[in-house]
Design a protein around this ligand. Structure first.
Ligand SMILES: Nc1nc2c(ncn2[C@@H]2O[C@H](COP(=O)(O)OP(=O)(O)OP(=O)(O)O)[C@@H](O)[C@H]2O)c(=O)[nH]1
Ligand SMILES: [Mg+2]
Length: 221
């Protein structure tokens, strides 16, 4: 039998760093959301719409995780919120040790919400706790109905799934009811929101969910 030893220490180290981040977030009373998906599902577009909806309501900071470029951070900068880019230089996910140093770049105490856009990848980011309060996965309907069953971990560890690109429904073979049924088979606790980031549709329940989490976090701290 082949023994695999490498992953355990890496993940253990990550857990220690994630716990330190969590303590920092608790002290600051900031609600931290880890936004994950395959490449191109619409994380940044959803983030843009979310920032528009939350403008004047919550103080939001953003960490953008990307392998090489600063393109997503440049898109977010236009919304006049503090944003920091992390380039992972080839690594397929963010980890807790990458997050810790960039927290110095924010006035965390002044923020209500910190959104971390993870690297586009449905597999690796799921393995790495960043110290966040909640995970939201974006799943666009063009990716195929089988994704919840083929990549269950990311959905199992999430609290929310945003089913995106609803405007494209007539052009796909997506069965929305079946997709939602499979998501709930993988994780019965998941909150599901149907949205079209392009048309800015379906965002109200998502925004209300965020505002409720921020309120709860303030009371906890
Ligand atoms: N039709 C349609 N297109 C969308 C929607 N949301 C995003 N897109 C498009 O999908 C493409 C990818 O969107 P992004 O927001 O950059 O996706 P992402 O998940 O941030 O991508 P990575 O950061 O590269 O993983 C862009 O061309 C968007 O305009 C939507 O609701 N409907
Ligand atoms: Mg993006």
């Amino acid at each position: 039998m082949v023994k695999v030893r490498l992953a355990t220490p890496v993940l253990k180290e990550n857990e220690v760093a994630a716990q330190e981040n969590r303590v920092r977030f608790e002290e600051a009373g900031v609600f931290v959301l880890n936004l994950m998906s395959s490449p191109g599902s619409g994380k940044t577009t959803i983030l843009e719409r979310t920032l528009e909806h939350l403008s004047g309501r919550l103080k939001v900071g953003v960490i953008e995780g990307d392998i090489y470029t600063t393109r997503d951070a440049e898109r977010i900068e236009r919304y006049d919120v503090p944003v920091v880019q992390i380039n992972t230089a080839g690594t397929c996910h963010l980890d807790a040790r990458m997050i810790a140093p960039v927290l110095e770049d924010f006035d965390l105490e002044a923020l209500d919400l910190l959104i971390i856009e993870n690297v586009g990848n449905l597999v690796c980011p799921a393995e790495f706790d960043l110290g966040e309060d909640a995970r939201a996965v974006v799943l666009s309907i063009t990716e195929g109905n089988d994704k919840p069953m083929k990549y269950p971990l990311v959905f199992r560890l999430a609290q929310v799934v945003l089913i995106n690109k609803l405007d494209l429904l007539p052009h796909t073979d997506c069965d929305l009811e079946l997709l939602e049924k499979d998501l709930h088979l993988v994780n019965p606790e998941l909150k599901l929101f149907r949205v079209s980031a392009r048309l800015d549709q379906g965002f109200q329940p998502w925004i209300e969910w965020i505002e409720e989490q921020v309120r709860l976090k303030r009371h906890d701290s």
